[in-house]
Design a protein around this ligand. Structure first.
Ligand code: FBP
Length: 547
């Protein structure tokens, strides 16, 4: 495989480990835990793995452990640093005993169920150190949920002598890791299950998981390109750029990018929901900013839009919830309806009158996206909805009305962008390279300490790696009950943007100034070599949350 000059130099980078993981470790158990909500229901569903204690690793006397055979799965969307989690896991297992072996299941949970795997040996691992992507074994979105899948997977684990499985995934995949861990414990399968917190969306976090991996690198990539666009925008002074940013539900990515680049407008979905805003309210807000800038002769600007916005507009949320239930229970009948117009009418006829009215008023393209297939976890595929164009077109219409009323006399030309896939496979920043390696190494230590149903946790991340704390937390601790596919299910609670948190407060305190004036910041590309203040910066979100 041909490697770029940067890749060759980057391959020699040795990720830093927390002090506690540099030598032999032992587990120190803390207090028993409880789920974040619905304790009784979750306890009943996880009788073997509920209420386990938190765990921290501390230094111990060196001693050789038993060789371990471990399987690893990459699950869901790519996130920078996934390869380093696997490299850290490999090195951790070899540090425990040089005869340990690591097997990767191919193309996500599907490879586990279908017995498609490869052994990850040292020469393969060395090819992937500090690289972006998930291509070492591939990823997939197959949902691990049925007993049949669990039993089928167990066959291959037994065949390969695997006694522990590491699932690297987001909230849905780690929910499934907890269910699998509980099942294997209940049947005495002798297989531990450990999760690792992955997702560029940044919505898998809590007191013990301060950030999911990949968020740092992805937001740095998006901030670089938004910065470049802002410089272009400020040079030509003739376009309004509408930029949609990935983040299926939460707006962490949009907020982080806003803190990095200081755009003229950034919409935060969680605020839209809290203020019970309509689509028209959002359009009016953007149009007012455009009009005010035009008055000052500034017919250009940038607008950041989180991908999940549609689902947070309360009226749309109610519509999507009803659509989810309708399609979950009548999917076959809907699939049998032929032609887009007839399908649209079928939906209108089967929705409650209030939701039918909203659905019928939506632009046809957007309405159709809402009725298309969900992903295997039941989510609307929001990355396919062109919210940036929807808003741009509605703002143009609003400005036309304002012009007719004599309240606006500027020019409004738009450019549209969607940044998501561009950032998911970037070479991990120093932060993600170190964090991911530590998460993987730490997962090996969790396996060696005998626990199951835990998530690898490396925290105190704002300090240098020497101050990072390594350990594990029971996955059940992060769970609550939510409605999915028309049924109440135990799931890890998503961390949305906290409107009382410091990152949002920083943004809210500055946004009026950023709207009126041109305060753009141009972060430039991720730097892998150079002064620490340039190369080792963590996200503004982490800094504001923890300083
Ligand atoms: P994960 O939650 O699996 O990490 O994926 C996040 C994400 O990148 C979202 O931001 C985006 O909506 C979605 O994946 C896109 O999914 P796909 O890769 O299947 O197109």
């Amino acid at each position: 495989m041909k490697k770029s000059a940067l890749q060759q130099a980057r391959a020699t980078y040795q990720p830093k480990l927390p002090k506690a993981l540099k030598g032999a470790v032992k587990a120190q158990f803390g207090a028993p835990t409880n789920s974040v909500a619905n304790q009784e229901e979750i306890k009943a569903l996880f009788p073997n793995t509920y209420g386990l204690p938190e765990l921290t690793f501390v230094e111990a006397e060196a001693s050789e452990g038993k060789p371990l055979n471990v399987g690893v799965i990459l699950s869901g969307g790519q996130a920078p640093g996934g390869h380093n989690v696997i490299c850290g896991l490999f090195d951790g297992l070899k540090a425990i005993n040089k005869d340990s072996r690591l097997y990767g299941f191919l193309m996500g949970p599907g490879g586990f169920v279908d017995h498609k795997y490869m052994e990850l040996t040292a020469d393969i691992i060395d090819e992937y150190r500090n690289t972006g992507g998930f291509d070492i074994i591939g990823s997939g979105r197959t949902k691990l949920e049925t007993q049949e899948q669990f039993d089928k997977g167990l066959e291959i684990l037994k065949q390969l002598g695997i006694t522990a499985l590491v699932i690297i995934g987001g909230d849905d995949s780690n929910t499934n890791a907890a269910i699998l861990g509980e099942y294997y414990k209940a049947i005495g399968a002798g297989v531990q299950v450990i999760g690792c917190p992955k997702t560029i969306d940044g919505d898998l976090k809590n007191e013990f998981i301060e950030t999911s991996f990949g968020f740092d690198t992805a937001t740095k990539v998006y901030s670089e390109v938004i910065g470049n666009i802002q410089r272009d925008c400020n040079s030509a002074k003739k376009y309004w750029h509408f930029v949609k940013l990935m983040g299926r539900s939460a707006s962490h990515i949009a907020l982080e990018c806003a803190l990095q680049v200081q755009p003229n407008v950034c919409i935060i979905s969680e605020e839209v929901e809290a203020k019970n805003q309509t689509l028209q309210d959002i359009v009016n807000y953007i149009a007012d900013v455009v009009a005010a800038r035009a008055e000052a002769g500034l017919n250009f600007g940038t607008v950041l839009i989180p991908e999940g916005l549609i689902e947070f507009i309360p009226a749309m949320k109610a519509l999507i919830a009803e659509l989810n239930d309708l399609l979950a229970h009548n999917g076959a009948e809907f699939a049998a309806v032929e032609g887009q117009a007839a399908q649209r009418q079928w939906i209108i006829d089967h929705l409650s009158p209030a939701n039918a009215e909203i659905y019928a008023a939506l632009p046809h393209g957007v309405a159709r996206q809402l009725s298309l297939d969900r992903d295997p976890h039941g989510n609307v595929q929001v990355s396919l909805i062109e919210t940036e164009k929807l808003l741009g077109e509605m703002v143009a219409k609003r400005l036309k009305d304002l012009k007719a009323e004599g309240k606006y006399s500027g020019k409004f030309s738009t450019q549209y962008h969607f940044f998501g896939y561009e950032g998911r496979c970037a070479d991990p920043s120093n932060f993600d390279a170190d964090y991911c390696y530590a998460l993987g190494f730490n997962a090996a230590m969790l396996i060696n300490s005998g626990v199951t149903g835990y998530m690898s946790s490396v925290r105190n991340l704002v300090g240098g790696t020497d101050q990072w704390i390594a350990g594990g937390i029971p996955i059940t601790m992060m769970m609550n009950m939510e409605r999915r596919h028309g049924e109440m299910k135990p799931v890890i609670q998503k961390a949305l943007v906290d409107l009382n948190g410091n990152p949002f407060k920083q943004f809210a305190a500055n946004r009026d100034l950023w709207a009126k004036e041109t305060c753009y910041v141009y972060p430039g590309p991720i730097q892998y070599f150079g002064p620490s203040e340039v190369c080792d910066q963590c996200t503004a979100t982490l800094r504001f949350e923890h300083c």
